[in-house]
Design a protein around this ligand. Structure first.
Ligand SMILES: Cc1ncc(COP(=O)(O)O)c(C=O)c1O
Length: 394
């Protein structure tokens, strides 16, 4: 008899629950700076990707409201069919200038930007070489494109080289996160760019977590690595993390962007980002770019957290970005530690497989410019207690 699909889904869900891997959708009832309310309980939020604290900035809210008053809410059509407005064009030009690229093209989400760009660049008979820890959207993009997906050992340039050399004749895209979303470390971008130049492969960098945070001007991991368009031809970054809005863009040469307008299906066959979001993102870029004190403060908080963790014997990854994962181990222990922290007033999600490898569950601490050193100090004390409890009980 044919299996029932919904029953099969329910069985998979029950298995997840048995393994302490069930994900729970929770509703945030209120937000005030770095504080949120969930299930009626006030929590200090260490899970937000709003690294610069812009999501509730009055300048963004003002830009959004004015634009909505002028254009209405929705873009009403795809970019190519009358949905592309002044706001979109102005934001694309501003993003291109900021990142030092010829042009930029907006997408509704980072997930869609990765799907669209990879699919436009590679297909059957090509190879897409990727870091093992790349974001799911890049991996999915390669699978959907029909290219052969070859993964290399995390941040290991020699491993990437072996993958490219094994397929010497195939057109090749090498794609990597700039900052790894669950580990917080930065890809060896200069070495990867050199490898790509030698191997005639095209480098694509997903800088979702680097834009706004890294580089003197906040233009991201490529600015920090001093990699111009010739050396890193495809840059993808999101507008929903440090920029506090939502949406994404791909930046690069005029030839790249012209090609994406033709062939990136997730740009062609979807309604354009609401223009008011583009206006808000434009205000966010100005603040991210010119208010360097936000990055300086973030740097101080990161140093404080790492120093305090070392003093308390808390194991961290080699990350100098706002993503500071705390190694726990089993998913059961990670869940326990998360609940213990929540009981003490801190929201720090447990990250478990399949998002991270088996046995490498962790608490993903994210710092942002809205935190104060006192918040970090309180978190460190609670973390030390929660980790101890979780390990003894798990
Ligand atoms: C590295 C990375 N790339 C892409 C995305 C997808 O971006 P978006 O949330 O805009 O779809 C995310 C997170 O969401 C991410 O962490």
């Amino acid at each position: 008899m044919r299996p029932d699909l919904l029953q099969r889904l329910a069985a998979a869900q029950a298995e997840r629950e048995r393994q302490s891997l069930l994900r729970r959708l929770r509703t945030v009832e209120a937000v005030d700076g770095a504080r949120i309310v969930i299930d009626g309980k006030a929590l200090l939020n260490f899970a937000s990707n709003d690294y610069l604290g812009l999501a509730r900035h009055p300048a963004l809210i003002d830009a959004l409201s004015r634009s909505a008053a002028q254009w209405g809410v929705g873009a009403t059509a795809a970019h190519l069919l009358g949905g592309h407005r002044d706001e979109h064009a102005a934001l694309e030009a501003k993003l291109a200038r900021w990142t030092g690229r010829d042009r930029a093209l907006l997408f509704s989400t980072g997930y869609m930007a990765n799907l669209g760009a990879v699919h436009a660049l590679v297909g059957s008979g090509d190879v897409c070489v990727q870091d093992k820890l790349n974001h799911a959207s890049l991996l999915d993009a390669a699978r959907l494109s029909g290219a052969e997906l070859c993964r290399y050992v995390h941040a290991d340039v020699a491993s990437a080289q072996r993958q490219l050399e094994a397929r010497g004749d195939a057109p090749a895209l090498l794609a990597t996160d700039g900052v790894f979303s669950m580990d917080g470390d930065i890809a060896p971008l200069a070495d990867l760019a050199q490898l790509c130049a030698k191997q005639s492969a095209t480098l694509m960098v997903d800088d979702a977590h680097g834009i706004g945070v890294l580089g003197a001007d906040g233009a991201g991991s490529l600015e920090e690595a001093a990699l111009a368009q010739d050396h890193a031809p495809v840059l993808m970054a999101t507008l929903g993390k440090a920029l506090g809005v939502g949406g994404a863009f791909v930046a690069g040469s005029a030839a790249l962007i012209d090609g994406l307008v033709q062939f990136a299906r997730t740009h062609v066959y979807t309604t354009a980002l609401p223009p008011a979001l583009a206006a808000a993102a434009s205000a966010a870029v100005d603040i991210a770019r010119f208010e360097g004190w936000r990055r300086t403060k973030l740097g101080r908080l990161i140093a404080h957290f790492r120093h305090g963790a070392a003093e308390r014997g808390i194991t961290l990854t080699a990350s100098h970005t706002p993503i500071q994962p705390v190694a726990i181990g089993t998913s059961r222990a990670a869940l326990k530690a998360m609940r213990a922290l929540e009981a003490e007033g801190f929201f720090v999600p447990a990250i478990r497989p399949p998002t991270v490898p088996q046995g490498r569950s962790r608490l993903r601490v994210v710092l942002c410019a809205l935190h104060e050193e006192g918040d970090v100090e309180q978190l460190l004390n609670a973390l030390a207690r929660a980790i101890g409890q979780a390990r003894t009980q798990a």
